[in-house]
Design a protein around this ligand. Structure first.
Ligand code: NZQ
Ligand code: ZN
Length: 394
């Protein structure tokens, strides 16, 4: 096992009606001028936005609104937010939404607090942020884990590049309000896409080639089983509070660092490959991950078949055959069967994409940063490997 640092600075308020506390929490944090940041229409339609604004008013806080964040959040909206925060002297951003809104808020926080640097430079890794405006979250979809994570992912419309910032504690939210009821209005596709993302945040850290910690493995396997079980329930009962709650908390735990203690950070190749799909074709992140995971797994499992066999046995209760490879492959199939059972794609065509050879090459070229880097840890993948995996996933 590897040594690690573990730090989770985000205070969680979990349960029914918790969002009504937003005003008093922000007031207690000694913040004064708030940017309420949100997405397309769901928070307005459900009445959540009005409820949030009312709690801010009751706490005597000044606030301004900036909506219109789209999935795969755009750099242009981030720039609009930075200009607004500077003009209005905002000192706190409240993100009301999912990963896209939270990530947009984090990027605005970086841009506002580092006025001498172009915010995109943080995503090109040309510069390192020195500060970030404090952020709070009212989560409306269990998926990205951004409510507790130290990263954010933004899409630059120039070249359709989707890039993540370097991980930093600076952008980790001060608090996150997790009310499972706020996720009842999600379309089934988004609920299930979110469940895949949660699973993937654990799987990316689980499939490594080093000796791991038993405690981390056990927590990871329990988390995966919990998400699989409750994702199936939510197919039939979208208003099941307990299932929503289990998935919501799993989403935060999956990406707050707990699942990588002792695993040296994880693999992340599927995320890197999905980011190119999101940037070029604007697909839902979790669905994009489901579409490529099986192909990735079949390409790399021979590097550590025992690990894949452990996954098969401990997550899907598949008997450990004498033939380790057979067990490993059965686990990959079981995960793909699960994806199908929640109507998630297991190929790029099922994701709705018809890719030409040229598209595949462009995706791989961008993902390898124009053939200058490899991705992955269980197996390091170069441009040719990445291209082959996209081909297999077609
Ligand atoms: O815009 P609105 O109208 O709110 O609709 C959204 C959006 O269309 C809708 N939605 C959200 N809550 C809803 C709702 N609809 C009805 N009722 C509700 N309660 O759902 C759609 C998807 O929202 P989005 O925020 O895009 O989803 P998600 O949370 O999956 O975020 C995806 C983004 O997060 C990034 C992804 O790359 C992607 O850009 N990620 C961020 C990470 C991080 N910062 O740590 C890690 C992840 O791996 C991921 O990369
Ligand atoms: Zn993800």
């Amino acid at each position: 096992m590897r040594g690690f640092e573990y730090y989770t600075p985000t205070k969680i308020y979990f349960g029914k009606d918790t969002h009504y506390k937003a005003g008093s929490i922000i007031k207690a944090g000694n913040h004064h001028k708030i940017l309420v940041h949100y997405g397309g229409s769901s928070a307005e339609k459900s009445g959540l936005l009005d409820e949030v604004c009312n709690t801010l008013k009751e706490a005597g806080l000044e606030y301004i609104l900036l909506g219109g964040v789209v999935p795969n959040p755009r750099l242009s909206k981030v720039r609009e937010g930075i200009a607004l925060c500077q003009k209005e002297q905002v000192d706190f951003i409240l993100a009301v939404g999912g990963g896209s809104v939270i990530d947009s808020a984090k990027a605005i926080g970086y841009g506002t607090a580092n006025p001498d640097t172009d915010v995109w430079d943080f995503f090109l890794k040309k510069a390192v942020p020195k500060a970030c405006l404090p952020i709070g979250v009212i989560l409306t979809i269990a998926a990205s884990g951004s409510e507790m994570s130290g990263s954010c992912v933004i899409t630059n419309e120039e070249g359709w590049l989707k890039r993540g910032s370097t991980r930093s504690d600076l952008c980790r939210p001060e608090f996150a309000i997790l009310n499972p009821r706020l996720t009842y209005t999600l379309p089934q596709y988004q609920t299930e896409s979110g469940c895949v993302d949660i699973l993937m945040h654990t799987m990316e850290r689980y499939f490594v080639n080093i000796e791991t910690m038993e405690i981390t493995d056990s927590i990871s396997e329990a988390l995966m089983q919990t998400v699989i079980y409750n994702a199936r329930i939510l197919m039939k009962e979208p208003g099941n509070y307990n299932a929503r709650a289990e998935v919501m908390w799993a989403g935060s735990l999956s990406h707050n660092g707990l699942m990588e203690c002792g695993t040296a950070g994880g693999d992340w190749a599927c995320h890197q490959m999905e980011h190119e799909l999101g940037g070029m074709f604007d697909v839902a992140h979790g669905a994009g991950l489901a579409a490529i995971w099986g192909s990735w797994a079949r390409y790399v499992y021979t590097q550590n078949p025992e690990r894949f066999a452990q996954f098969a046995t401990n997550v899907f209760d598949i008997p450990y055959h004498a033939d380790v490879e057979k067990t490993a492959l059965a686990g990959i199939e079981a995960m793909e069967d699960f994806f199908r059972s929640i109507q998630m794609p297991t190929s790029l065509s099922e994701l709705g994409l018809t890719l030409t050879d040229e598209d595949v090459h462009t995706l791989a070229f961008k993902c390898s940063f124009e053939d200058t880097r490899t991705i992955g840890a269980i197996m390091q993948l170069n441009l040719k490997d990445i291209e082959k995996i996209y081909q297999m996933a077609r």
